[in-house]
Design a protein around this ligand. Structure first.
Ligand SMILES: C[S@@+](CC[C@H](N)C(=O)[O-])C[C@H]1O[C@@H](n2cnc3c(N)ncnc32)[C@H](O)[C@@H]1O
Length: 234
């Protein structure tokens, strides 16, 4: 593949986890976009998988609402035997994350600009996903805005088809109400179980790499509510 020069400032450290959370590589993006707005109702085509990944037979981890891509780039560096797809509705973040992936020479991670609530049916075949994470999704506090939250029953229903039996969905948020709602929506679905116990949280991040929001919450001493669900064995 021909290498292009990245339009984003080169980062000094080869290890993503050493990158500053904020710094000269900021892109201008809106803080929140409304996923129900008309311009986000068109499904995004699936990536060109063969171009995006060197080893398509490796297991796939889907990170929903991936933000800057910091978490997934670090996961890709530390887990070369996995493939990672990050989906994010704010396109400039996706373009920058893909440029960083290319700059780092990573061939096991790709980012897709899409509204996952309308694009998920296009992306994977049944039981193709070996792990899903949904971390610190936008809380949309106002009752009339809660339909904008990413974990809707339809998304859970689709993931029930796409996640391989026995494989996990990792959820976390610093907003208790949002975390409880996400867990409830998965646990309410007959295809998912909470192996820790009915509606029981877990107390640390089993993936070992914190997201950008997770680092901020930890630094501020905010509580983090985490759940680990599994696709039931058939
Ligand atoms: C609060 S940020 C958290 C980012 C990252 N997961 C973290 O923990 O640092 C939530 C992200 O989800 C994205 N998002 C919200 N709704 C989405 C949707 N329907 N499809 C894809 N991404 C979405 C937002 O643009 C935002 O970047």
């Amino acid at each position: 593949m021909e290498r292009q020069t990245s339009p984003y400032p080169t980062l000094n450290s080869a290890s993503v986890l050493d990158w500053p959370l904020k710094g000269p590589t900021q892109v201008r993006v809106r803080n929140h976009v409304n996923p129900l707005a008309v311009q986000y109702q068109i499904p995004t085509p699936a990536p060109h998988w063969e171009q995006a990944y060197a080893h398509l037979h490796h297991p796939f981890h889907l990170d929903i609402g991936t933000g800057t891509g910091r978490f997934l780039l670090a996961m890709a560096q530390q887990n070369p035997e996995w493939n990672f797809l990050g989906v994010e509705i704010r396109r400039p973040l996706v373009e920058r994350a893909n440029a960083w992936a290319q700059e780092l020479g990573l061939t096991n991670v790709h980012f897709l600009a899409c509204n996952i609530n309308v694009t998920l049916p296009n992306l994977f075949a049944p039981a193709e996903l070996s792990r899903v994470s949904i971390q610190f999704p936008d809380p949309w506090f106002k009752v009339r805005h809660q339909k904008r939250r990413v974990v809707q029953p339809e998304l859970v229903d689709k993931l029930a088809t796409l996640v391989k039996p026995g494989q996990p969905v990792f959820l976390q948020s610093d907003i208790e109400e949002v975390a409880l709602e996400m867990e409830q929506r998965f646990a309410d679905h007959s295809a998912f179980t909470n192996p820790t116990g009915p509606h029981a949280p877990i107390d640390s991040n089993p993936l070992g790499i914190p997201t950008r929001r997770e680092v901020t919450c930890t630094e501020k001493g905010l509580p983090i509510y985490r759940y680990w669900l599994e696709r039931s064995l058939e």
